[in-house]
Write a protein that binds this ligand. Structure first.
Ligand code: 6GU
Length: 247
């Protein structure tokens, strides 16, 4: 997969993307990261990328011309153009997974009050948001998206099974994990995990996922593809006659 980042702060890259699995993916050629300085596509002596907003008001707006000029060069018919902004569609695992099958992503990083609307209207395929808060610019959001998408590129995560087992891939929050020692500062590993009974362990994990998802993100349950057994478990959890829910 090829990812192009268009930014006025090229020095922020590769930053964290040079480490861990994504660092390895770049060395092995699975991920080709290309960072382009938006100011290279300005035409004035001061390499101006922003201007005052029409209609007045605070802040600056990123000019359309450098984006259009850069895209004329960088965009191919296969390119998906992404724009991180707080106004975008909330980024979910389903979208992340779909983007992983693209061959070329181009991410436009905005700053200040935003970018001229005509860039959005003419060239952006997907405007995405990470959540209901405001970042100073699109670069960190671009890094988050690249990290999440690359996990789904075959070969980036050595054991793809762990990607498929992941929280959100299956629509539920993850269950707790334990490693040695069996007891630490008075806290014990749940007995079932030491039992060697794989069916019981799988059931325990599923029920812990259901319990946590019900408590913290019940909105996810509707889309989680639950079995009748799962539903029965959730009904019992919600029923006050079954006793207070375990904290
Ligand atoms: Cl994707 N970009 C920016 N600039 N701010 C954000 C965001 C994205 N998601 C939440 N806040």
């Amino acid at each position: 997969m090829r990812v192009t980042i268009l930014t006025i702060f090229p020095g922020m890259f590769p930053g964290p993307l040079a480490h861990s699995l994504l660092g390895r993916a770049q060395k092995s050629g699975l991920l080709q990261l290309e960072v382009v300085d938006l100011r290279d596509y300005t035409t004035d002596r001061h390499r101006t990328a922003d201007d005052a907003p029409y209609g007045g008001g605070a802040g600056m707006v990123m000019k359309p011309e450098p984006f259009f000029r850069a895209l004329d060069t960088l965009k191919t018919p296969k390119t998906k153009v992404l724009l991180p902004t707080p106004q975008g569609d909330l980024l979910r695992q389903q979208t992340v997974e779909k983007l992983a099958s693209e061959s070329h992503l181009l991410i436009l990083c905005g700053h200040y009050e935003g970018i001229d609307q005509r860039v959005r209207d003419a060239v952006v395929d997907l405007e995405f948001s990470l959540g209901d808060y405001v970042l100073t610019g699109g670069e960190l959001a671009a890094m988050v998206l690249i990290d999440a998408v690359c996990r789904y590129v075959p070969g980036v995560v050595g054991d793809f099974h762990s990607v498929e087992e992941d929280s959100f891939h299956r629509g539920l929050l993850d269950h707790p994990h334990y490693t040695r020692p069996r007891e630490f500062r008075g806290r014990e590993v749940p007995k079932v995990l030491l039992s060697g009974d794989h069916a019981a362990i799988a059931r325990w994990r599923k029920e812990e996922s259901l319990r946590l998802t019900l408590r913290r993100r019940s909105d996810l349950l509707e889309r989680a593809g639950l079995t009748e057994k799962d539903r029965e478990f959730l009904r019992r959890l919600a029923d006050p006659r079954e006793g207070a829910e375990k904290k």
